[in-house]
Structures are given as structure tokens and as C-alpha cells.
Write a protein of this length. Structure first.
Length: 116
């Protein structure tokens, strides 16, 4: 089992920045890929960014050049640095871990609101 706890959400003005954190605990050794998803009410959850065990990264086209995913293995934490935020980035952001056995684990989500 893997437990994920997100933090760092909040209210920010357009053009501002936020850094989300996702602290993992439990069977850390089983994790292959860590991802950030986001969801707006009435819409499907969408993949924002992913980082693999070899540190390769992938981003949604909508966030390329603005968001950056990184990991601190010593702290078992994954970060999502979000810059140049837009109102359309407003969503609940979820941390996701995929194990080598293809099990999915989810955090509880953290709200990000971009508004003036």
C-alpha cells in the first residue's frame, strides 16, 4: 500500500505561481511512476504531468513551459511547480502513484484557484 498526501494548493492571481507537494509513504519501493492529475466539476480527470523512476517527464500540452514536475527521493516527495497560472488552471489537483504491478494510488486532492 502507498499513501499520498498533497499540499500547497490555494488561491493565486493570474500570472502567479504555486508549488504543490505530494508526500508518499508506505511501500515506496513499489512506485514506478508519479503523476499529477487535475479535475474540474463535470469534466474528466486529466493528466497534467508525470515523472518516471528514471526521472523522465511528460506534460500535458496545456501546461508545457509553465509547469515542472520533480521529485526528492530523500523526502519521498514529488512536486509540481506551477508558473504563469491561468484561470483555466483552476481545478482540484490529485497526486497519483502507479506501482510496478500497475496498482493505482491516489491522494485526497488539493484545490487550486486562479482568480483576480
Amino acid at each position: 500500500q502507498v499513501q499520498l498526501v498533497e499540499s500547497g494548493g490555494g488561491l493565486v492571481q493570474p500570472g502567479g505561481s504555486l508549488r504543490l507537494s505530494c508526500a508518499a509513504s508506505g511501500s515506496i519501493f513499489s512506485i514506478n511512476v508519479m503523476c499529477w492529475f487535475r479535475q474540474v466539476p463535470g469534466k474528466q480527470r486529466e493528466l497534467v504531468a508525470a515523472i518516471s523512476s528514471d526521472d523522465s517527464t511528460n506534460y500535458a500540452d496545456s501546461v508545457k513551459g509553465r509547469f515542472s514536475i520533480s521529485r526528492d527521493n530523500a523526502k519521498n516527495t514529488v512536486y509540481l511547480q506551477m508558473n504563469s497560472l491561468k484561470p483555466e488552471d483552476t481545478a482540484v489537483y490529485f497526486c497519483n502513484a502507479v506501482s510496478w504491478q500497475m496498482y493505482d494510488y491516489w491522494g485526497q486532492g488539493t484545490q487550486v484557484t486562479v482568480s483576480s
